[in-house]
Design a protein around this ligand. Structure first.
Ligand SMILES: [Zn+2]
Length: 348
């Protein structure tokens, strides 16, 4: 059995069962060695998303966690100094988070925060993270068809992810801002989720890989990526061979997501990366596995992630975690507070 770290998952909300055990079955049945759960305090919940992950890690210590920056005051220029992005980053690192996840480049969040990705507030964060060598996992943009009334898929429209009314930054604009982060912080350990939505223009990634030694992308679908991999199979076979040290496995599975779909997706992605067998892919056509060497499969499945984030997850500092909960409790809903109370008693 191959060793796998799933580098990109979420626990979006509390849910109605015990969230601590939500991925146990996945870990056991799929023989996944470790998980990296990413907080997105943004549109999905609030600062309690970071708190959920802190408790999860105390209960399941073999878990990596990436924290998110919470913007309690919008516009973000109004954040008090002790809660600016860099200050929140330091707090999360002291608690025992292993990296930072940003969703601020997804068009909906980009619009909500009202600041581009090169805002000085973010720059302070990138600068510290570059110095520390901490991984920044960012979701920026979305598939380019989400901006096109002819091609936007129905499920994206339903989710509010079709950017057709002119109030969202364009694909090109967000793309440009993202590349600028690398230009200004060339050694940042930046990982862009979903292949940076560049599967139709992979030359862009080839160029960025050549320029920035610590830049990686993850392989979480975006089903459209896997359709492109299949259409340009020979090109991508070379690409995966050449850049196996820049590609990171993940599923984007989430607690309260569709379990059956997640199982199917895991099978498609692991078959493609880890074997030479064929599997029915996102367009219902046959996708042929890449037939990579064991060393290259290992790079993608876990070794790149371990090199970036560490061989083992950091432990939680309970004192720092307690102070964090106290500091941000003013931003929690009554329901969150009720949920957190018994967890404090049990785990802190
Ligand atoms: Zn995600």
């Amino acid at each position: 059995m191959k060793k796998i770290i799933d580098s990109h998952l979420h626990i979006l909300r509390w849910g109605d069962k015990d969230f601590i055990s939500c991925f146990d079955e996945y870990v056991e049945k799929s023989n996944v060695h470790a998980l990296n759960i990413c907080s997105v305090p943004m549109s999905f919940s609030n600062v309690c998303n970071n708190i959920i992950l802190g408790f999860y890690k105390i209960a399941r210590p073999n878990t990596y966690i990436h924290g998110g920056i919470e913007f309690i005051y919008i516009p973000m220029d109004n954040m008090p100094k002790e809660m600016d992005a860099a200050a929140q980053y330091r707090e999360l690192m002291e608690i025992g988070f292993d990296g930072i996840k940003m969703l601020e480049g997804k068009p909906t969040e980009h619009k909500r925060i009202g600041k581009n990705l090169n805002h000085p507030e973010f720059n302070k964060l990138y600068s510290e993270m570059e110095k520390d060598g901490t991984q920044l996992l960012m979701h920026v943009n979305d598939p380019d068809e989400f901006w096109d009334p002819e091609r936007a898929p129905e499920w994206a429209v339903k989710n509010g992810w079709a950017y057709l009314d002119g109030t969202y930054a364009s694909y090109e604009e967000i793309h440009k801002q993202t590349v600028k982060i690398l230009e200004e912080y060339p050694n940042l350990h930046l990982t862009l989720a979903h292949f940076f939505f560049c599967s139709k223009e992979p030359m862009i990634l080839e160029r960025l890989f050549a320029l920035y030694p610590n830049f990686c992308v993850d392989l979480t679908p975006g089903g459209e990526m896997y359709v492109e991999f299949e259409k340009n199979y020979e090109y991508y076979k070379d690409f995966f061979n050449k850049y196996s040290d820049r590609l990171i496995f993940g599923t984007d599975r989430s607690y309260l997501g569709d379990e059956e779909y997640a199982k199917w997706l895991f099978n498609v992605v692991t078959t493609f990366i880890g074997t030479d067998k064929t599997v029915k892919s996102f367009d219902n056509k046959e996708l042929r596995g890449l037939g990579l060497s064991q060393e290259k499969v290992d790079n993608i499945f876990y070794a790149n992630f371990e090199r970036r984030v560490g061989k083992c997850p950091k432990p939680i500092n309970k004192e720092k975690f307690k102070s964090y909960i106290e500091k941000y409790s003013f931003a929690l809903t009554d329901e969150d507070k009720e949920r957190i109370k018994p967890l404090i008693e049990k785990y802190l």
